[in-house]
Unconditional design. Structure first.
Length: 152
């Protein structure tokens, strides 16, 4: 309790209520930093899986079944090479995000956007997996775009 004629507006609590708990910075955007780290892990994993998906498409054309006809027809071997190259770039960018590289955020947004379009065009070969990867790409784009640089 404070001494004097004016009562302390904090009461008996003191200043501990205004300080963040130990180990926390008290910033309201700390969860965004966690989202960027999670986006980096997702990019690393989805990049590796895209490389494996591409290798399967290159090695055996009968691994993937085709569901009906599609306006955006493309050779399955060509799709395999697209997935291998894009997956390697996505995995490298995910590793860059985890290493806090300054270039990785913008490149990550661009590559996740390309991956989103590629998975949309790959829908006839793997519809369920393409939808899952498209949802992951949307989250990655959101997490990287929501990250704000901290000002001093």
């Amino acid at each position: 309790m404070s001494t004097g004629s004016t009562p302390d507006p904090r009461g008996d609590i003191g200043t501990s209520w205004s300080a963040p708990p130990p180990g926390r910075s008290g910033r309201s955007d700390d969860w965004v930093t966690g989202g960027v780290a999670f986006a980096g892990v997702l990019m690393l994993c989805s990049g590796v899986l895209a490389v494996l998906q591409g290798i399967a498409a290159i090695a055996e054309d009968d691994v993937y079944g085709r569901i009906g006809s599609y306006v955006y027809e493309f050779d399955l071997t060509g799709w395999g090479w697209i997935h291998v190259i894009l997956g390697a770039l996505v995995a490298a960018t995910g590793a860059g995000l985890l290493g806090n590289a300054p270039w990785a955020r913008l490149v990550g947004i661009m590559l996740a956007s390309l991956s989103l379009v590629a998975q949309f065009l790959f829908l006839p070969y793997q519809p369920l997996w393409s939808l899952v990867v498209m949802a992951i790409d949307v989250f990655v784009i959101w997490a990287l775009a929501a990250r704000r640089e901290r000002t001093a």
